[in-house]
Design a protein around this ligand. Structure first.
Ligand code: SF4
Ligand code: SF4
Length: 170
């Protein structure tokens, strides 16, 4: 007997009519229940205090020590020469970043920080790679836009009956 024949022998027989009726009954049952999905983007899960989203950079605080680039595990930070600036400054490839936060910990001047921004969309991989000036500008823009967003903040609870339940944050 082949493996396939053996599998077929052990497969439970299914009555197609009953299976369809069960599927319809399940659909009707769930019509009256609240959806389990998070209604993104109108709802957003409240992030913990030190949530590590997009890493933000303040050019004006940077002293060009390059510690951030040296410690970054996936080499998401590279040092650049910027025209008109005597010091080297870091640029950031958000596509490589694993959000470990090491760069923010080691930066001696707090020029780097974590942000709650986690859902920025980029059209191409290359557009996630920022030189120091671009990184400074996009950091400011993303944080400002994120603060302006009107979203209902929720926390997630595990519900034995429906799976997940979202409760509004008071
Ligand atoms: S958070 Fe980690 S991976 Fe991302 S840039 Fe900083 S050190 Fe690199
Ligand atoms: S660790 Fe801080 S001060 Fe040093 S280069 Fe990086 S961002 Fe600039």
């Amino acid at each position: 007997m082949t493996n396939k024949e053996e599998r077929d022998n052990h497969r439970p027989s299914i009555n197609p009519v009953l299976a369809h009726l069960e599927a319809i009954a399940t659909g009707i049952k769930w019509l009256t229940r609240k959806p389990m999905t998070l209604m993104y983007p109108d709802m957003e899960e409240k992030k913990p205090e030190y949530f590590r989203g997009f890493i933000i950079f303040n050019y004006n605080k940077c002293i060009g020590c390059s510690l951030c680039a040296q410690i970054c595990p996936p080499r998401a930070i590279h040092m650049y020469r910027v025209p008109g600036d005597k010091r080297i400054r870091p640029g950031y490839d958000a596509g490589r970043c694993i959000h470990c936060g090491l760069c923010t910990d080691i930066c001696p001047t707090d020029a780097l920080d974590v942000s709650p921004v986690h859902d920025e969309v980029f059209e191409q991989i290359g557009s996630m790679d920022f030189d120091p000036v671009e990184w400074h500008i996009i950091s400011k823009k993303l944080v400002e836009e994120h603060a302006k967003r009107k979203r209902k903040l929720v926390i997630t609870r595990v519900d034995e009956e429906v799976g997940l339940r979202y409760e509004p944050v008071e």
